[in-house]
Design a protein around this ligand. Structure first.
Ligand SMILES: [Zn+2]
Length: 332
């Protein structure tokens, strides 16, 4: 029995047909956890779909209306890069509900993981890059609306920059000009790059966003996060972990979140079809361990979503995500 809950539904499956996004990964992760005895059936909890009211905390009414009535333009559907269907809309409403539930559970259990979600390329008024609804942003706004949290931090370790996250929360940051801009064009700068910034007075509703990603990759236009770490191609485990440690420490020196939302993409993996970094499976596990250790040491509740993962062998993606759950367990 795990010391935290795994939020999961068979209906997380995205009905997108043959696609580079392995929609069956969620079920495979669940099966792996059960077959290896990492988790028992009681460790899983089934979410309810988010309500339209929840979705509207982040997304524009016109966009929500288009999704519900099936009236996206061909261009809007193309930009989403997944084929529209009513069933797909339901899957995204459920993913958002799963992230809300995981965020709620993490406040009482310190940790909760949704075996899904992390759709960080969704914007208030459109979807992009396999993402229709920004489930993590919906969860943050819902908990803020319910006065369960005042502030949150997103830590995005997917190989692709969290452009939707940055855009959604851009207006809520304070004194962003004080924040360090991490440039990693030269790793030699690691020692002196993100040291700046002192703790600021956070206001209710503030969300501090951190994204570690491959610079030379989708999305082309990267709206600024609070901290962006633009990694060069081919970065391996040790460099990546040093940058992560640096960015997370820097963020937490400046901002005390009531909730940490960890977007644990599996696509920094060296065998990923859509990534250009060189992390190993072991390195990705060390990444997860670092994040859980920091959250635990500082007493910050952490909720996790899984985002991307396009390994040539889908079993590797399943292993990377399963390891995230093992790392969370080991940190308890
Ligand atoms: Zn990705």
């Amino acid at each position: 029995m795990l010391p935290f809950k795994l939020v999961y539904s068979d209906a997380y499956y995205l009905p997108i047909g043959a696609h580079v996004f392995p929609a069956e990964k969620y079920r495979r992760i669940r099966d792996r956890l059960l077959s290896t005895g990492v988790a028992a059936r009681d460790d899983f909890i089934e979410p309810q779909p988010a309500t339209d009211q929840d979705i509207l905390l982040v997304h524009r009414p016109e966009y929500v209306q288009k999704l519900k009535s099936g009236t996206l333009t061909p261009r809007e559907e193309m930009e989403m890069e997944i084929p529209y269907s009513r069933e797909l809309v339901e899957a995204f409403w459920l993913a958002a509900g799963g992230s809300i539930l995981a965020a709620q559970l993490s406040l009482s259990n310190k940790v909760s993981i949704s075996i899904g979600g992390g759709f960080h390329h969704a914007f208030p008024d459109h979807g992009e890059g396999f993402c229709m609804i920004h489930d993590v942003a919906v969860a943050i706004r819902r908990l803020q609306r319910d006065d369960r949290i005042r502030t949150a931090m997103t830590l995005d370790c997917d190989v692709h920059q969290g452009n939707g996250t940055a855009a959604i929360f851009a207006g809520t940051r304070t004194a962003s000009s004080l924040l360090p801009s991490v440039s990693s064009t030269s790793l030699a700068r690691r020692e002196d790059a993100p040291v700046g910034g002192k703790m600021r007075q956070a206001h209710a509703g503030d969300v501090f966003t951190i994204s570690l990603h491959q610079h030379n990759n989708y999305p082309l236009w990267k709206p600024p996060s609070s901290i962006d770490v633009d990694l060069p191609d081919g970065i391996g485990d040790d460099d990546y972990l040093a940058w992560l440690d640096n960015a997370l420490s820097s963020g937490l020196r400046q901002f005390e979140p009531d909730l940490l939302c960890y977007i644990a993409g599996a696509d920094p993996y060296r065998e990923d079809q859509l990534g250009g970094l060189s992390l190993t499976i072991e390195g990705l596990k060390r990444r997860d361990e670092l994040v859980f250790r920091v959250a635990r040491t500082r007493g910050i509740p952490i909720m996790v979503t899984f985002a991307g993962g396009y390994a040539r062998d889908v079993e590797d993606t399943v292993t990377i995500h399963t390891n995230t759950i093992l790392a969370a367990k080991a940190a308890e």
